[in-house]
Structure formats: C-alpha cells, structure tokens
Design a protein around this ligand. Structure first.
Ligand code: PLP
Length: 381
C-alpha cells in the first residue's frame, strides 16, 4: 500500500462487509503492526523453524483490541449510539475508552476489582471512561454488562459483538500479506476466545478467495489456572499471572474449538511458571517486551518444541513457518515486570563497585582502538 498506513478500516475496507460508505470511521490508525523475525527463539523450536512474532502491542492502545474496537465503535456511532460498555480484564476497556473518547461518546467499563494491570487501569481512567470494579471475576462482569445492554440503549463493545471479530480478523490478512503465504502454524493465547475466532475467520476468508493456498494449523494456549477449553468445563475461580486471559467461561468457546478442530490444531495449557520464563526469555533474548498473556504464546511454543512437536513438522522446502501473536505490550503490566527476578543492584557510589558486577573487556591503551574517536571523554553527553 502506498502512503501512510490508514488504519484497519481503510486498509482492509474491501474485506469488511459491515463497513459501508455511511459508516463514520473512528480510527487511531491501528493495525499494520510489524511481523518481527525471532531467530533466537526459533532456534529453540528447531533448526528448520522460522518464527515470526506479530507484535500487536504496537497498536495505539498497546493491544490487538484496537483492531476490533475501530470497527465496533464506528458501527455503534453509525447506529446512533451515545454510549459504549464492556466488561474487561483490562485491554478491552483501555481500547474501548480510547475509541469512545475519539468518537465523542460515553464509555462505561466493568472490571474485576484488584485484578487489572496498572497500565490498563491508567489508560481507561485517563481516557475518561466510567470505571466500575466488581467483586466477581471477568465472567461475572460480562454477565452484568449483558444485563445492562438488555435494559438500555448502549453499544456492547465486548467480542460478543460481531463487529469486533470483523476488525480483528484483519491481523490474519496482514500476516499473509507479509509472508506472501499463510504460516504453517499460528500460535496465540486464548482467553474469551474472540481472537482465535477472528484469526481463523480471516485465514479462511483469504483461503476462500485464493489469496493463500493453504490454511495454518492453529495452536492456542490457555493459562493452567484458567483453562476451561483445555479441561472442557467452566472454571469457577480462574487464577493466573496472565490477567488478560484470566477467564473461566469463554464467550466464544465453540468457535475456538471449531478453529482448533478444523485446522487440525490444538489448545493446550501453560503454567504461570512457564509463562513468566517465556516472558523473560522474549524480552531478554529478542528485545521484545510483551505482557504475560502474550508470553503464553512463546511458552506454549517452547513447551511443544520440548515435547518434539516440531520435529516431524514440515513446511515448504523443509522450512516450517511459525507465527506467534504477541497480544499486548509489556508496559501494560509494570507490577509483574518489576516483581520477577533481576532487580536493581544497590552499590556504593564507586566505579569499582559497579565494575565488580560487570564482565567488561579491558580498554586498550595503544593502537587504533585507543585512538579511535569515542565519546567517553567528551564533555557533552
Ligand atoms: C484480550 C487479550 C487476550 C485474549 O484474547 P481473547 O480474544 O479474549 O481470547 C490475550 N492477550 C491479551 C494481551 C489480551 O488483551
């Protein structure tokens, strides 16, 4: 596409049948996120694996929710809505609040009290939404939202809203456009299951219209303490460090299992320990900071690789192409970032004390390296 990125609706308008010329486009120029090669992590999956990470944390409110929200809020405005509402584990509310502000309509969000990462709460408050914290978990908050929607005129902005799915499916188009094909495997975290539903819809549409020759195998990952699809039950008290997927009764459970089964894929669980290990590994070996729920993608891929999953896999010309979605940015959840290992080292104000902790090569005193211009001696810094 020539020129500046125009946002999800304009970039993908011909594939968004719900958007018409009458739809007022509410956009923050979301989408168009990079598909970043991750060669160090790929090596852990196998010599024949090429891994790419779709960094959805680089959207305007720092999660993939913006893709669905631009469509949902635009359609709500078209229908005359003056307010939007959602239940949220955090990112949906941050996105809803921002897009409602952009549209000039009221926003209300219901969150599970004490379980929202600080960055997300900061966003939703500053965008001017009315925020209600309830005692119950996400599932209870969503039940309240549905009840409120049945009694009042307010736009439902959860992923039960099909306009959200439409917007989110565009990420699958972008993956295929970047690769020039579909990946062999597509990995992502699964919470309320809107995103796996969206990606699968996007891939199938691209396949049906001949843009891609084959469909990917879908690999979904839930947190072990919140794995209702893996365990095929309702989890009454879901618990996980990955608060964005702390959901016990996914609204799109059926669509998620269909995506899994139609693609010949799987939905498995990863423990909080595995999630946090992957979270650190991703940030420290690839330089990519994603929130814990997103790290479930990486944890799941590492776990499958350790069990030999990719050994028998084969793609074209002997290479296996894996795409993992990083659903939200690491800065969303500073508490978790600061809580895990590797804190600040307190030292006396002495150069030697600092050097004791670092293995740095000695600086040469003669030769070209010593003469080379460098900025250590310069007064301006
Ligand atoms: C919303 C969210 C998820 C889960 O997506 P679902 O569509 O609910 O399955 C995962 N990670 C992050 C960062 C999210 O914000």
């Amino acid at each position: 596409m020539a020129g500046a990125w125009p946002g999800v609706i304009e970039a993908h308008r011909n594939r968004l049948s719900c958007v018409t010329t009458d739809t007022p486009v509410v956009t923050l120029l979301e989408g168009g996120t990079p598909l970043i090669p991750a060669p160090r992590l790929a090596r852990r999956l196998g010599d024949h694996v090429d891994l790419y990470l779709k960094h959805e944390g680089l959207n305007p409110t720092a999660s993939f929710k913006d893709r669905g929200m631009t469509v949902a809020v635009s359609k709500a405005l078209e229908r005359g809505a003056t307010a939007g509402i959602c239940a949220s584990t955090g990112n949906t509310s941050a996105s809803a609040a921002a897009y409602c502000a952009r549209a000039g309509i009221q926003c209300a969000v219901i969150i599970p009290g004490g379980k929202i990462a600080q960055g997300k709460l900061a966003q939703v408050l500053r965008h001017g939404a009315k925020v209600f914290a309830v005692q119950g978990n996400f599932d209870a908050a969503l039940r309240m939202v549905r009840a409120i929607c049945s009694r009042t005129q307010v736009a439902l902005l959860n992923s039960l809203n099909p306009d959200r799915i439409e917007g989110q499916k565009t990420a699958a188009f972008e993956v295929c456009d970047s690769l020039g094909r579909a990946p062999d495997y597509h990995a992502l975290p699964v919470g309320n299951a809107g995103n796996i539903t969206s990606y699968w819809k996007g891939y199938r549409e691209y396949h049906a219209s001949g843009q891609i020759a084959a469909l990917p195998v879908m690999l979904g990952f839930q947190a072990a303490g919140a794995a209702p699809i893996v365990e095929d039950r309702i989890v009454e008290n879901p618990e996980t460090v990955a608060t964005a997927i702390r959901i016990g009764n996914p609204a799109r459970r059926e669509e998620a299992t269909r995506a899994r089964d139609e693609s010949g894929g799987l939905i498995q669980s990863v423990t909080d320990e595995e999630i946090l290990a992957a979270y650190q590994l991703l940030a420290s070996t690839e330089g990519i900071f994603a929130e814990p729920a997103s790290a479930a993608t990486v944890a799941g891929l590492c776990k499958l690789a350790a069990a030999g999953f990719f050994e028998s896999s084969c793609g074209r010309r002997g290479r296996t192409v894996v795409v993992g979605v990083l659903t939200g940015h690491g800065l969303k959840d500073p508490e978790t970032a600061l809580r895990v290992d590797g804190g600040v080292i307190d030292v006396p104000d002495s150069v030697d004390a600092v050097l004791e902790f670092l293995q740095l090569p000695e600086r040469p005193t003669t030769g070209a390296a010593a003469r080379a211009e460098d900025h250590c001696d310069s007064k301006t810094n």
